[in-house]
Design a protein around this ligand. Structure first.
Ligand code: ZN
Ligand code: FE
Length: 257
């Protein structure tokens, strides 16, 4: 039985710890101290570190964790992360028999040039997607193009409906406010907003969500839907219906929202 636990870090990061009561893998440890505390408190032995992309809020704790635990560090081959010991390409597999955990690598460039996701297929349908897909939103396009980011989100969108989405930030309420502006009549979104607000009032994470829910509420996965196109056209004054163009308009709009 696998447990997946969010360890909060910085202002709004989640470092995901996957464990079986004995062994643990940690995803995107931007900071070492809260991870060390969690491992010690639960008497867990660290087996591996998994990295989605090079930003320091996802990698800053690697060196300190490695000083204490001699474990492999998996990460994207396309990014220069000096602490990564096992560089990964798309379709590579990460096998952690101690947990057991088997994940495959999906390229999801856009936020950064080499961003990857780790996908666990059913019965553990889950994806660790870093700063690419968020609950009801997506990451900023820093190093890639809107087209790359759109294609990366489409790849994630083709995973099964019940795939759990383990993203790296608690950005949900801000994302929902933006989505409501674009998609005001979406009943599923209105319902999700109520739930998310209640969770945040209790200081509870709103993640993971599921891909099925994201496909219903996340405007960045819905660039072909008439309501989303209409809103993007109204905002931009452009008449394009091309999904990549709609995505680019939404992302730009959200950057200044
Ligand atoms: Zn990032
Ligand atoms: Fe981040």
């Amino acid at each position: 039985m696998l447990n997946i636990h969010p360890v909060p870090a910085f202002r709004d990061n989640y470092i995901w710890v996957v464990h079986n009561q004995n062994h643990a893998a940690v995803v995107d440890p931007g900071m070492a101290s809260p991870v060390i505390e969690f491992l010690e408190h639960h008497r867990l032995q660290l087996s591996a570190i998994l990295i989605t992309h090079h930003h320091s809020d996802h990698t800053g704790g690697i060196a300190e964790l490695r000083r204490r635990h001699d474990v492999p560090v998996y990460g994207p081959a396309a990014e220069a992360i000096t602490t990564v010991t096992h560089p990964l390409h798309e379709h590579d597999h990460v096998s952690l028999p101690a947990l057991p955990l088997n994940l495959s690598v999906i390229d999801i460039a856009g936020h950064t040039r080499g961003h990857i996701a780790y996908y666990g297929s059913p019965p553990f349908g889950m994806v660790f997607c870093g700063d690419t897909l968020f609950a009801c939103g997506c990451g900023r396009v820093f190093e890639g193009t809107p087209q790359q980011m759109y294609q990366s989100l489409q790849k994630l969108s083709r995973l099964p409906d019940d795939t759990l989405i383990f993203c790296a930030h608690e950005y949900t309420l801000g994302n929902v406010a933006f989505a409501r502006e674009i998609d005001p009549g979406n009943a599923t979104l209105i319902e999700f907003e109520l739930e998310a607000r209640q969770l945040r009032q209790q200081n509870t994470p709103t993640v993971p969500t599921t891909l099925g829910l994201e496909r219903a509420i996340n405007p960045f996965l819905r660039c072909e839907q008439p309501q989303i196109i209409t809103s993007a056209q109204r905002f931009s004054g452009k008449s394009s219906t091309d999904p990549v163009a709609i995505f680019a308009i939404l992302r730009e709009w959200k950057n200044n929202f």
